[in-house]
Ligand binder design. Structure first.
Ligand code: ADP
Ligand code: MG
Length: 723
């Protein structure tokens, strides 16, 4: 009986010992050992070849194809010395996954002997049979050619698993006709476009030397760990990554005793294992801690250039899942694995800067007089206001919908938090000229032995989806399971658009005689007059804000993915991506097609599983309990005891209601005739999801009534607290 599996799981988990921790190594001896770094290239490449490739990597020049052969050969020798027999072009299709096709270095000679071979052509370009990747109509299967092309700016590395070593080469993935089929191509384009626009503004500000501008990303990854013995007894966790059933445990996170608590031993050994791999792969793991919910943790690397950070983020997700397995855990990256306790997000910290001017979002001590900062920050405010619905659309997934808008994660309304100091500066801009910045000041703690603290000029606001945090913006609405590329593309694109507008305005004002300062302040004033509605410093969770945002400020509140994704089809969004040169209309449309299909499919899979689990797991348990009860009822009848009768009636009623809801859900899923994808998405959101919730409501109520020794599914209490 399945209940026995559950009991067995509890004792197996209780008996588990942490794996022996790895012998700690010095960071210097681990760092980037598995990466084909610039310094490894320098050591193995002829001087001129190295110079050429370095130039491409650092300044974004065109790749000189003639050097590829030399690089390929050095890369192959290095990979073989690390034990690799295979190489893979790694790419990032429009799902949030990472894809790789492995090929051997082997080359069979005419005499039957073998050599290893890896030519420049093979390094630069690959041709995986891409017909099975979602392409949103960009490529029909009969013309299924898809190409991968080497992205020199993200270093190659070897991936070592228990099954062998593979040389991995980050690539873009494009169709035979040159359209982007992946998440990397638009990201690279958005960085280039942003750099171009930022350079124009910086030149107008009087800088003669302006290095290429890049965006940086530091992503904080939240995740849950559940013991594999439990997860394997939960079809819902295995197939959908979240619990479709489950009554919350009596204790959740109400005592706030998990957040930043001591990390459980087994988890700490797991984390160290992940971090060692990250260091070897040149990923700068920096922060780890317990998160708010029991069983929830966070890992954050130090920020890096957006393109590399994005590839590294994908690797982190892979490493977390892979390493968890080894330690007897299942790592859940789903945004809402458990009802009633916090979900997981991925805060994307984002800034822009370059080698000559530094971080362009650094306000310095006196932001009111820092024209460069004000223009770049103003550009962000304008972009997030003008394209708020786009920002919502790029974090729209079936799983993230459980988080956004709930009272724990940022609301689905996109607003910008600036902090008190900056809010005041921008208020001054609106009403005239900024004259002052409130200093952060010092905090005396009243104890001589404690240092005097310098206070940040702005507090934090956890309820804001898009918050300025000192020298960067933190986009908090991103889902834990998502690739960070989409959000980065959106941020870079709207910034490129705003900076272009600012450059145009400055040029025109200055050519009619205005000086730089006057022109800049006029531009900033105009930005604040039109766009300050997006700036909000209060409680983003409050009902008052939800009302005010929509009714008074005209901000969109796109609650579900079904509401948000159609934004990608709007003319002004199509025009934006096309003008900035990030996605053609066809490419953008394909994204709408792929993402909406994923949304519909995700809900369909869940709904099928709800029906299945209700029928074959929960219903039988409840019926067995009923039959037990009816035995006692008849034997107790003569004694006039009615309690069992009442319980039996209650259970019977719940079973009936649950099965009625199952039938309704089943019937609802029969509908297939939708006029448009939009209509289908709305149906999933408005009809299917509520019916699934209904089934769950009755099932969870049954979990309260049915004898524990008959219940087949590992409970919330077990999964979150048995360690
Ligand atoms: P929090 O207090 O928000 O939880 P963390 O320290 O966990 O902060 O994460 C902050 C993230 O922001 C880290 O990845 C960090 O490297 C990154 N970060 C710091 N400065 C910048 C910057 N200028 N641009 C982008 N990311 C940054
Ligand atoms: Mg954060």
């Amino acid at each position: 009986m399945s209940h026995e599996l559950r009991v067995q799981a509890v004792s197996q988990v209780t008996d588990r010992k942490p794996l022996p921790p790895k012998i700690p190594q010095r960071l210097e001896s681990l760092w980037a050992t598995d990466v084909f770094t610039l310094s490894k290239m320098q050591a193995s490449l002829p001087k001129d070849v190295f110079k050429s490739i370095k130039k491409t990597i650092q300044t974004g020049g065109k790749l000189d194809v003639s050097v590829a052969g030399v690089v390929a050969s050095a890369m192959k020798d290095w990979a073989i010395s690390k034990g690799a027999l295979y190489y893979a072009h790694v790419f990032y299709p429009m799902t949030n996954a990472t894809a790789e096709k492995h090929d051997g270095f082997i080359s069979v000679q005419s005499d039957g002997s073998v050599l290893t071979e890896f030519s420049g052509k093979v390094l630069v370009q690959g041709e995986p049979d891409g017909s099975s990747f979602p392409n949103g109509g960009l490529r029909s299967t009969f013309e299924a050619r898809g190409y991968t092309a080497w992205d020199v700016t993200s270093p190659a590395y070897v991936m070592e698993t228990d099954n062998g070593v593979t040389l991995c080469i980050p690539t873009v993935f494009i169709s035979w006709t040159g359209e982007a089929l992946d998440k990397k191509t638009p990201l690279l384009r958005s960085i280039a476009a942003m750099s171009k626009a930022a350079t124009r503004v910086l030149k107008l500000l009087g800088h003669e030397e302006v290095a290429p501008v890049n965006s940086s990303c530091g992503a904080e990854q939240e995740y849950f760990l559940v013991d594999a013995h439990f997860a394997h007894n939960r079809p819902d966790l295995l197939l959908t990554g979240r619990t479709l059933f489950g009554k919350p445990a009596a204790k959740g996170q109400q005592f706030d005793d998990h957040y930043f608590g001591a990390i459980p031993e087994r988890v700490q050994v797991f984390m160290q294992d992940v971090e060692e791999k990250m260091y070897r792969l040149g990923i700068p793991a920096k922060t780890r801690h317990n998160e708010v919910a029991p069983g929830q943790f966070e890992i954050a690397p130090f920020f890096e250039a957006a393109n590399v950070a994005s590839d590294h983020q994908q690797l982190i997700m892979t490493l977390l899942k892979m390493t968890a397995k080894k330690h007897g855990f299942v790592c859940l990256l789903h945004e809402k694995p458990f009802a009633g306790i916090n979900g997981s997000g991925k805060h994307v910290n984002w800034s822009v800067g370059n080698a000559t001017q530094g971080n362009l979002l650094d306000p310095g001590d006196t932001p009111h007089s820092n024209l460069q900062f004000l223009l770049f920050c103003g550009a962000v405010i304008r972009g997030i206001h003008k394209y708020g619905p786009l920002m919502r659309a790029v974090v729209a997934t079936a799983s993230n919908d459980h988080r956004l808008g709930a009272n724990e994660a940022p609301p689905a309304i996109i607003s910008v938090y600036l902090g008190t100091q900056l809010e005041k500066v921008f208020d001054q801009i609106k009403s005239g000229k900024p004259e002052s910045s409130e200093p952060g000041g010092l905090m005396d703690l009243g104890v001589d032995t404690l240092p005097v603290f310098s206070k940040d000029p702005g507090d934090r606001n956890r309820t804001s989806p898009f918050a300025f945090t000192g020298n960067r913006f933190e986009f908090r609405a991103v889902g834990s399971n998502q690739s960070v590329s989409g959000p980065l593309v959106a941020m870079n694109t709207v910034l490129a658009d705003s900076l272009t507008w600012i450059a145009d305005e400055l040029e025109s004002k200055m050519s009619s005689g205005a000086d730089l300062s006057t022109a800049s302040h006029d531009v900033l004033k105009e930005i604040m007059e039109k766009h300050d509605k997006v700036v909000f410093g209060g409680n983003g969770y409050s009902e008052e804000w939800h009302r005010m945002a929509v009714e008074e400020r005209g901000l969109a509140n796109l609650r579900t993915t079904a509401d948000a994704l159609p934004v990608l089809k709007e003319d002004y969004i199509e025009e934006l991506f096309n003008r900035v040169g990030v996605l053609t209309p066809v490419e953008l449309e394909s994204r709408f097609d792929v993402y909406s299909e994923q949304y519909i499919l995700a809900i369909e899979v869940e709904a099928k599983l709800v029906i299945n689990m209700a029928k074959v797991m929960i219903y039988p348990a409840a019926v067995r309990y009923l039959s037990e009860l009816s035995g006692t009822i008849s034997s107790l009848k003569g004694l006039g005891i009615t309690l069992e009768q009442e319980t039996a009636e209650k259970v019977a009623a719940l079973v009936q209601s649950m099965m009625d809801s199952v039938s309704k859900l089943g019937a609802a899923m029969e509908k297939h005739d939708f006029a448009t994808t939009e209509e289908h998405m709305q149906y999933s959101a408005q009809t299917i999801r509520p019916l699934m919730d209904k089934v769950r409501e009755y099932a969870d109520a049954l979990e309260e009534e049915v004898a524990d020794d008959l219940w087949p599914l590992p409970t919330y209490q077990e999964m979150l607290f048995v360690k």
